[in-house]
Design a protein around this ligand. Structure first.
Ligand SMILES: C[S@@+](CC[C@H](N)C(=O)[O-])C[C@H]1O[C@@H](n2cnc3c(N)ncnc32)[C@H](O)[C@@H]1O
Length: 379
């Protein structure tokens, strides 16, 4: 009798792949309020990231694939959209990425247990010792974005918050270190990509503390909702720090070929966070999977890792965009399908989601470009 009960439980443990595929095909995250960039918890809005997915997209993938209490891993979590949404939805969330700026923001989202009034008085009491900061080892191109007194305040406080392991405050500070609003600390420049500030802009002094306090208040506008445990690993997806057969589902949007450069796009915030040495950046670029010629080989190593950590029957939802070969658009999902099949996965279908032309990174061709959602399970 007991055996029969266990077997039934095993059968009901996972959702039907065909139903999951059909649900995803409804593209519900594109409708009504879900279609707006602003949908979702305020915690998603701490900082921008090139290649970030919409929180509503993460929400529906998590909802269709898993149930409360399941463990979800995103091996390429960026600024943590998928793990954060999973934790908000009562799943146990694990994120992983190699980009220090992305990890800084993911960790900020995880560090959400403190009271607003305590955070404010903590900021007020920081003794910012700008005389301890020597700007001579900060590259000229970074200094150009700031009033020098403001930059000293930023660098001192970043270092202080790192030592104190105040991840939420650190994420808020790195976030406001670049942007065009009065609440940002740089000379006016874009919030996502650090286009150079105007050369004739002398850069007024922008005091750090009131701006950081305002940022914290904005992020706490609706207070943090209850979240399940969330773990973030600063690590290579080819060698995950996760036990064998321990994850219920994988949901991820990996890099696809060299369509985005996660280092150059975030160079200013990376520099503020401590990575301004050219060799260090080169080495990070080398370690990230964004090289055209080795892409399939590198992703195959990740797929083997995913297969190691995923429980049999667990879902793997892989979201990839098309890429370009010259002027030809190549379907990345079709290229990856045989790689999954030879590594012990079953493919249940690929959902095609058309990318609106203004979201397309390269517009060198009239052909349509798609985001492809691969629905797979581990055998
Ligand atoms: C499409 S982005 C993911 C964005 C994420 N879904 C979000 O909403 O922020 C792909 C991510 O893969 C990361 N990445 C590239 N190579 C990696 C590697 N070898 N190990 C871990 N992460 C890597 C990049 O740093 C980037 O953050």
């Amino acid at each position: 009798m007991q055996l029969q009960f266990d077997t039934l439980n095993e059968i009901n443990k996972y959702k039907n792949p065909l139903t999951v595929y059909k649900n995803i095909s409804k593209l519900e995250w594109k409708n009504g309020d879900y279609g707006k960039q602003s949908w979702g918890s305020h915690i998603h809005k701490i900082a921008p990231y090139v290649g970030r997915i919409k929180p509503s997209f993460a929400h529906f993938l998590i909802k269709y694939v898993s149930k409360k209490g399941d463990t979800i891993l995103d091996p390429f979590c960026g600024i943590g959209t998928i793990p954060t949404e999973a934790a908000l939805m009562g799943r146990i969330a694990i994120g992983n990425d190699l980009n220090p700026y992305a990890i800084c923001i993911s960790n900020a989202k995880k560090d959400n247990k403190k009271k607003l009034k305590d955070l404010i008085s903590y900021i007020e009491n920081i003794d910012i010792k700008t005389d301890e900061i020597d700007l001579s080892n900060i590259p000229e191109w970074v200094r150009e974005y700031y009033n020098q007194d403001t930059l000293k305040e930023i660098l001192y406080t970043v270092d202080f918050l790192k030592r104190e392991k105040e991840d939420f405050l650190l994420g808020c500070l790195v976030a406001i270190s670049q942007g065009h609003r009065p609440g940002h600390l740089s000379k006016p420049c874009a919030w996502t990509l650090p286009y150079k500030p105007r050369p004739d802009d002398m850069g007024e002094y922008r005091e750090l503390k009131p701006r950081l306090i305002d940022k914290v208040k904005r992020t706490y506008k609706f207070s943090f909702e209850k979240m399940s445990p969330m773990t973030i690993h600063f690590n290579d997806a080819r060698k995950l720090l996760v036990d064998d057969n321990s994850v219920d589902h994988i949901i991820t949007s990996p890099p696809y070929y060299n369509t985005l450069d996660y280092v150059t796009s975030h160079r200013l915030r990376l520099a503020i966070f401590g990575m301004h040495d050219e060799d260090e950046k080169k080495s990070l670029k080398n370690d990230l999977i964004q090289h055209f010629n080795s892409y399939i080989k590198d992703i195959e190593i990740v797929i083997k890792e995913i297969s190691r950590v995923l429980k049999p029957g667990g879902f793997c939802i892989f979201v990839v965009g098309d890429h370009f070969k010259g002027k030809l658009i190549i379907n990345t999902a079709e290229e990856l399908t045989p790689v999954f099949l030879r590594n012990g996965f079953t493919m249940h279908g690929i959902v095609n989601d058309k990318i609106p032309p203004n979201k397309s990174v390269q517009k060198t061709t009239k052909n349509e470009k798609f985001e492809r959602i691969m629905v797979l399970t581990k055998n």
